[in-house]
Design a binder for this molecule. Structure first.
Ligand code: GLA
Length: 388
């Protein structure tokens, strides 16, 4: 698959930029989060894995200081000078790689120009981290092309910084980390407070990870996302009247229950309750996966979705209907929204023998109930970003 894409990228690259010179190829995956949602920015544990599809880059160095971006996904092409890397609304998707270039320049690293062609097969706005994939891909590519010798975790942090400060979306570290550090057939238990991580083998005997795309784009997601972050900060500030904590996920259930009255607003208290218990669910999910107790893992996934729906309020009709229909299939072990929410995808664990029925019935019912045609992917769990 990767080789076929590389070959056709080379042909398209030469059609756009001309032949000659040394061409190099890079790949970064998308990610799906199994559990641990909306807690990376609350200092919690998350449990994502990298997918086997993602974003490709084909690149060739130039002799000057000009960078040209093109993609097979959209018509928009942009050319910039390295001395003038600025955010521009009209530059659209290229603001992500531009933001990453900015982080290298900010470190005082001197770069030269290059022509790059991207291609991605992660559906945009689906909650599978197409933007983190593009960022980490660009960071890994630049690091290699210019022999910067930066650490992988530094590249991940720079990618997050590009999104936070250049693009202006206040995301946590989970997506960039999963895209940068993914390992085939493993999930990553990441402590977002310390960035310590552990690879956990995905022992899913006879069970598949099914990603169901609601095909509802995450409209308003960024403003709602920032609103949730603000509510969590408010909860911490109120708890700080008595408790010395930095993040909601520093709390265990007992301390939370004994102090939650300090949070005045019921809505804010609900947000905090989600964060505290989601963190505990994630830690338990890791243990149950190691013990191959997939039924309990599925229970925890279901609880996670219900908490995101009722307490954190980031699901919405499309995701709720998809999950409800998924749970009606007998072979479904667990089903929940994944990523930021408000649209995008769900992730379900489904017994192998029920996968076909799942796709057919959930697809049919979802379409009848929402008027939207969904898409389904049987997820393969792949490697993090690299040269290919
Ligand atoms: C988005 C963000 C992540 C994380 C998830 C929710 O994907 O980019 O940092 O907060 O939402 O878990």
């Amino acid at each position: 698959m990767k080789n076929t894409i590389k070959k056709s990228m080379k042909v398209s690259f030469e059609a756009i930029y001309g032949e000659g010179g040394e061409i190099q190829h890079y790949f970064a995956p998308g990610r799906v989060n199994l559990i641990g949602e909306h807690i990376d920015y609350n200092g919690g544990f998350v449990f994502p894995c990298a997918l086997d599809f993602g974003t490709y880059a084909t690149v060739r160095l130039r002799d000057d200081h000009q960078v040209s971006f093109a993609t097979l996904n959209f018509d928009k092409k942009v050319t910039v000078e390295l001395g003038h890397i600025l955010y521009k609304e009209e530059d659209d998707w290229t603001n992500y790689p531009k933001g990453v270039i900015r982080t290298f320049l900010d470190l005082g690293i001197s770069l030269k120009g290059f022509d790059v062609l991207y291609y991605g097969n992660i559906p945009n706005g689906s909650g599978l981290s197409s933007s983190a994939s593009l960022e980490v891909l660009t960071a890994v590519m630049i690091n290699d092309l210019f022999e910067c010798h930066l650490d992988r975790v530094d590249l991940i942090k720079m990618s997050q910084k590009a999104e936070n400060e250049f693009v202006g979306v206040n995301c946590g570290i989970m997506d960039q980390f999963a895209v940068g550090m993914g390992k085939a057939d493993h999930a990553i238990l990441l402590d977002c407070n310390t960035l310590k991580y552990e690879y956990v083998p995905l022992k899913l005997e006879g069970v598949k990870i099914i990603i169901s795309n609601t095909n509802m784009r995450r409209g308003l997601a960024d403003s709602k996302y920032n609103e949730r972050r603000g509510e969590c900060d408010k909860a911490v500030a109120e708890l700080n009247k008595v408790l010395d904590i930095k993040y909601l996920c520093n709390l265990d259930s007992e301390i939370f229950e004994n102090n939650k009255h300090l949070i005045e607003d019921q809505v804010v208290r609900n947000r905090a309750e989600h964060a505290v218990y989601e963190n505990l669910r994630t830690l338990e999910a890791k243990d149950t996966l190691e013990k191959e107790d997939l039924l309990r893992f599925g229970d925890l996934m279901n609880q996670s979705h219900d908490s995101l729906r009722d307490l954190y309020e980031v699901t919405g009709d499309a995701l709720d209907i998809m999950v409800k229909e998924a749970r009606k299939i007998e072979g479904t072990i667990g089903s929940r929204m994944t990523g930021a929410g408000f649209g995008g995808c769900t992730v379900s664990l489904v017994k192998e023998e029920a996968v076909e029925q799942f796709i057919e019935e959930v697809g049919k019912h979802y379409e009848t109930l929402t008027g939207r045609t969904p898409a389904f992917y049987v997820a393969g769990v792949g490697q993090g970003a690299s040269k290919i």
